[in-house]
Ligand binder design. Structure first.
Ligand SMILES: *Cc1c(COP(=O)(O)O)cnc(C)c1O
Length: 402
């Protein structure tokens, strides 16, 4: 049955039927500690009472109305999101790729406006600078933005032109990256899909300054890092960055599909009516879910606790001092662990653990030899300990088999 669904990452042999907090249950009744949370989406875990209530109440009121009109829930969500992020305007879509497509279109139009102002030939300022090892989505433009060769398979060519990829944390790259053809600099501050790679604070600030100096927009892809994942609402807050555009998706509505492209200042004036839209975007159901997520995250101590849990995970894994572990990285509850064997083998062994009865563990991967943990932000210390115990057993078991 599962083989009939195209859009999956390669089927793991499990069918989930329900979830509660950070625990999932499959169709055989087996339970799992969930360190994936739907790839950083279920930030409030599964079956969170406030989120369930918000979705059910909204479904009973109205589910969809289209962008011809405003909804009270949509307006409230926009207001909450903009005040939380100190941005001016929001475009609502349904996914990370769609939020990033909006950002790319916004950057291109900003570039053509700049060309007109600067008396340059139309189309001069069209280049968008992105990072090597980045990930920005699976549409043809966002794949082109993505700085990983494996996402540029010739079978899907031609891709959208006009992206320039530079190495993160390389100061010399900044000397030539930003010229008069660049309309935007677009980056993740922790690269999720690319391996949980941290962009250094000083480099990020220098890169953003260089972009602004060259007349380009600074755009941050917070699709994975945003909504508390790294311990602050936006990860770029921790680096002291001042972006013109921020994109969000994944955790923004706790599991209901939603994406957002936020803009500020001159960038907020680029799109006019008719430039861009999406039928489902700003759908009241997703907006109600997003409001519930933002209300939970605003509770005192919620985000700092998430940050502490991430630090705890990294410290605990480091304390194992296992020879199979090469490096531990991350910010907040975004954790990457490099190991000396295929990460997908460990992922499968954790899922199948302990063989019969007892709980398994869901973890994800980012690249061939990197394990990635994105637990719900509400994960408990007990769940962390139990999940890590499973991982430890699997890692040491697989070692003794060698
Ligand atoms: C997941 C992800 C995307 C794509 O989001 P979709 O909702 O799958 O389209 C884009 N950028 C980053 C940083 C992501 O992690």
């Amino acid at each position: 049955m599962a083989g009939k669904i195209i859009n999956n990452l390669g089927s793991l042999p499990v069918v989930f039927v329900s979830g509660n907090g950070s625990i999932l249950a499959d169709d055989q009744g087996k339970k799992y500690i969930d360190f994936v949370s739907g790839i950083g989406v279920n930030c409030l875990g599964h079956n969170h009472p406030a989120l369930v209530k918000a979705v059910c109440d909204q479904a009973a009121k109205q589910i969809h109305i289209s962008n011809y009109y405003n909804s009270d829930t949509g307006l409230a969500c926009a207001e909450a999101l903009l005040s939380r992020t100190k941005m001016d305007k929001v475009f609502f879509g349904n996914s990370g790729a769609e939020a990033n497509e909006a950002a790319i279109k916004l950057a291109r139009k900003f570039g053509s406006q700049s060309d007109a102002k600067e008396g340059k030939q139309a189309g001069t300022r069209h280049v968008i600078v992105t990072l090597q090892k980045s990930f920005h989505g699976r549409t043809l433009a966002t794949l082109a933005a993505t700085g990983q060769e494996k996402f540029h398979a010739p079978a899907f060519a031609p891709y959208i032109a006009g992206f320039r990829h530079i190495d993160a944390n390389d100061f010399s790259a900044l000397e030539t990256a930003f010229d008069g053809t660049v309309c935007a600099f677009f980056m993740e501050v922790v690269q999720g899909e690319g391996g949980v790679n941290l962009v250094d604070r000083e480099w990020a600030r220098a890169a953003c300054a260089a972009a602004k100096k060259a007349g380009a927009l600074v755009m941050i892809d917070e699709v994975q890092t945003g909504v508390g994942r790294t311990g602050t609402f936006l990860a770029c807050e921790q680096l002291g960055l001042d972006p013109d555009v921020v994109t969000l998706a994944k955790g923004i509505a706790g599991g209901v599909p939603m994406g957002a492209c936020l803009s500020k200042g001159a960038a907020a004036d680029v799109f006019v009516a008719g430039d861009h839209q999406s039928t489902f975007g700003g759908n009241p159901l997703a907006c109600a879910a997003s409001l519930a997520v933002m209300a939970e995250l605003a509770k005192p101590g919620f985000l700092s606790k998430a940050a502490e849990k991430g630090d705890y995970i990294r410290a605990k894994i480091a304390a194992w001092k296992l020879p199979c572990i090469r490096e531990i990285r991350g910010r907040g509850l975004m954790v990457g662990v490099d190991i000396d064997s295929p990460a997908s083998d460990i992922q499968k062994a954790c899922l199948g653990f302990p063989g019969s009865g007892g709980r398994g563990l869901c973890i994800s991967t980012a690249g061939v030899q990197t394990l990635r943990f994105l637990p719900p932000l509400v994960v408990t210390m007990e769940e962390i300990d139990e999940g890590l115990e499973i991982l430890h057993s699997v890692l040491t078991g697989s070692n003794s088999n060698q």
